[in-house]
Every structure is written in C-alpha cells, then in structure tokens.
Ligand binder design. Sequence first.
Ligand SMILES: Cc1ncc(COP(=O)(O)O)c(C=O)c1O
Length: 351
Amino acid sequence: MGYFRENIERMAGYTPGFQPKAADVVKLNTNENPYPPSPKVMEVIGRLHPERLRRYPEPLGDTFRAAAAKILGVRPENLICANGGDDLLAMCVRAFCDRQRPLAYAQPTYSLYPVLARIQDCQVIEISRATDWPAELAKVNAPLTIVCNPNAPTADFTPIEQLQKLAEALDGVLLIDEAYADFASDNAMRLVSQYDNVIVLRSLSKGYSLAGLRFGFGAADPALIEGLVKVKDSYNVDAAAIAAATAAILDQSYFYANVERIKTERQRLTESLRLLGLEVGDSQANFVLARYSKGSARPLFESLVSRNIFVRYFDLPSLEDKLRITVGTAEQNKILVAALRDILSEKGNKP
Ligand SMILES: Cc1ncc(COP(=O)(O)O)c(C=O)c1O
C-alpha cells in the first residue's frame, strides 16, 4: 500500500525541458525570451525595501492588477495574478474538474494539461487537431475546455472568431491559453467582456523575459475571478514578483521592441530551415516546429545536443518527426542553422 492517492501513485509527472548548467550552450528548448528583462524590472528588484519581504504580499497582487488593467483595456476585477501561467492552469483544473467533470482539449498541445487532470483525477477527452477540432470540442461540451492559441508545440494560430463560436457553443468554461499571444497577430482579450465563460491566460515568461520570476495572470468575468480566488494559494504571488511584473508590464515600449526583434528573427529562422529542406509552418509564437521528412527527428536532436545546442524533441505520436526550436538571437539562430546544415549534409541525412 503506497502513501499516495491511487491516481498519484499511477501517474507520471510533467517533464520540464532540460536546463543545462553550462552557460556556453545554445539553449533553444524552453521558449524563453533571448533578451534580458526591462532595465526597469532590474531597478525595482534592486531597490526592493526589506519591509516588502518581511510582510506578506498583497493577496491579490492589486498593484499589478491596476497597472495591467489599464494596459489591457479591462477592469482590475477582471484579473487574477498567478505564480506563472502554470499556476492559473492548476487553479482552473482544481476549480472546474473532478471525476464527473472532464477536461477537454485538442492534441497535440501543452503537455501539462493531462498531468493536471491526472492530479485532479478527472477524465480527459482528447480530440485530434487533425479533425475539425473546434466543432468536435463544442460537441463534447466539457465543463472545462482548454484551447492553446497560438498552440504549443505546433505554433499555429486559430482565428479568434472560431474561439468566439466555441465559447458560445459551450455550457462550460473555455480557457484560452495565450502564453504565446505576445508574438501573434491577434488575441482573445476582447472576449473577456463579452462572455462570462471565457478565461484568457497570459504569461510574463515569454514576451516579458521573466520565466525565472514566475508571473502570469488570468482575465475573465469578475464572477469567474471570484471563484478562482477561492482555490488559489493564499499568497500565490510574492512581493518581489508583484513589483517586478508591474514594472515589466508598464514598460510597453521595451516589450514591443523585443517582440518585434523576435518576430523578425522568427521569419529569418523559418526561411533558413526551409532552405535546408525541413518543413516549417508559419509560426505565431516565439518558436517554430520543423519536420524532418525522413522519419524520427531524434538523431538530429541528439547530434545537436552533442554540439551543445539544445532544442526540444517530443517522442509522441505526430511529433516524433519534428523539432521544436525556440527563436533565439540572430547569433544563436545562425549557430543552430549552420549545425543543422552540417548534420543534414552528412551521408543519408538529407531530407
Ligand atoms: C502553452 C503554455 N501555457 C502556459 C505556459 C506556462 O508558462 P509560465 O508558467 O512560465 O507562465 C507555458 C510554458 O511554457 C506554455 O507553453
């Protein structure tokens, strides 16, 4: 007899992307922003008064909510702060799912969703993204439906009108995971004031270069926010994170400049990979998904690792012939493309 609940005993945990210790590697495996956070963030952290750490933080991160609401064109009551987007995902699965209340989403997508469902011991309904999945998810009509947009790891974008239709069709909650929306041509924030069953997730890990800080938030109707507040940890965002995240979101010009640089590099990287013969779809995120037509992409992944270049390989159905590559700096992308050119030109590897 184990100590854990049966479902915990049985399940495998989430596998985070590898974090190499050495600094002299090209790390394009966890979709971090290659540029540093805003200097204003570093200033705020440097100036943090000890009193801010001695005391408990604002339970709802009101300073951040006030600043973000103005920038996003919503009200502070529409926002809930989270210890990274992952914290918001966990809150939602906890709040809306149980054995009688399944979670639905289209596969392939962010691999944390099924892990959270297993922890909660709720049923999962997976629809293939090769189908008309928005219509299929509407038919399933689950208490919680998650749509990742732009989707990870495929990097493609679903028009907001389709998500709007899905929100209208569902009796349950539609959680739109917009962790990568900063790099997309549109986003679903406007749906928050139109639908009482839509939650939009945002992360400061990608567009704002703050993956190590752990800060994300949800936007939704105030009634949904009030319900989520009941299930969150009492002080789920710390005082330093609230101060730093507020400084980050207020520095919109720095944010836009970096996002534009990444979008430019994304285009260049996509074209370079296509020239090597890899199949790469148009990405609306800060990563691309490249398909190797000769079969498993694992040998390419391993050859890159041996050269200290880290990308992400998923040994999963529909992904085993692909590499997910984070858009790095121009220099990092050049090193990656040159290494791939080398590996692919070796006998027998040409796509
Ligand atoms: C699709 C998706 N959603 C949410 C997150 C959560 O990001 P974070 O917890 O760093 O805010 C990630 C992180 O990689 C992601 O890829």
